[in-house]
Design a protein around this ligand. Structure first.
Ligand SMILES: [Zn+2]
Length: 179
């Protein structure tokens, strides 16, 4: 997995300057693209994302089987990117409602972990915030929007951290399981 977020070479997604159209974009450091022709600068800071651990009264965890790339067929938690103007908590409640049809009653912060999300030729840097969520009717969780192909309810012993699509999400699950 490449950690270089922006391909500025021939055919690269960020080859041309969005301001002057020169093929002069250069990647500097970890988050700055600069045009060597006109001096235009574009900062690509990490995007905020959220993931939620939800368990039913028997202690079984809601785990999604991803229905889309990246990571199609691998495991994930309900969650996604934070929209502009949202809090992390609002984003997670919205994503859980949209993805699996559950209403979150309360949530507890677990921690944050960086991730790289490859999409459309861009390696997006994200910071994934994990929460433990309380919801009622967890056993009714079902795929709602195509993000998830299936919804699993897994006993702690059935959870294989290596099957999660993203290392950061595995770390959220690990933090929850370690209490
Ligand atoms: Zn330029």
């Amino acid at each position: 997995m490449s950690l270089i977020p922006f391909d500025t070479g021939p055919g690269g997604v960020f080859r041309y300057c969005p301001k002057c159209a020169a093929a002069a974009m250069r990647f500097i450091g970890t988050k700055l693209l600069r045009c060597e022709a006109c001096g235009f600068e574009l900062y690509m800071n990490p995007a905020a994302a959220v993931g939620g651990v939800i368990v039913d009264p028997r202690g079984r965890m809601v785990v999604l089987v991803r229905g889309k790339e990246p990571g199609k067929g691998l495991w994930d938690l309900p969650g996604g990117f934070v929209d502009p103007g949202e809090t992390a908590e609002e984003a997670l409640a919205r994503e859980i409602r949209e993805e699996v049809g559950l209403e979150v009653a309360a949530m507890r912060y677990l921690g944050s972990w960086p991730n790289v999300y490859h999409y459309g030729g861009i390696a997006y840097r994200t910071l994934d915030f994990g929460f433990a969520c309380e919801a009622t009717g967890v056993e009714k969780a079902r795929p709602m929007d195509g993000e998830a192909e299936r919804v699993l309810l897994l006993e702690p012993a059935e959870i294989d951290l290596a099957r999660f699509a993203f290392g950061s999400v595995g770390r959220i699950v690990e933090a929850y399981l370690q209490g």
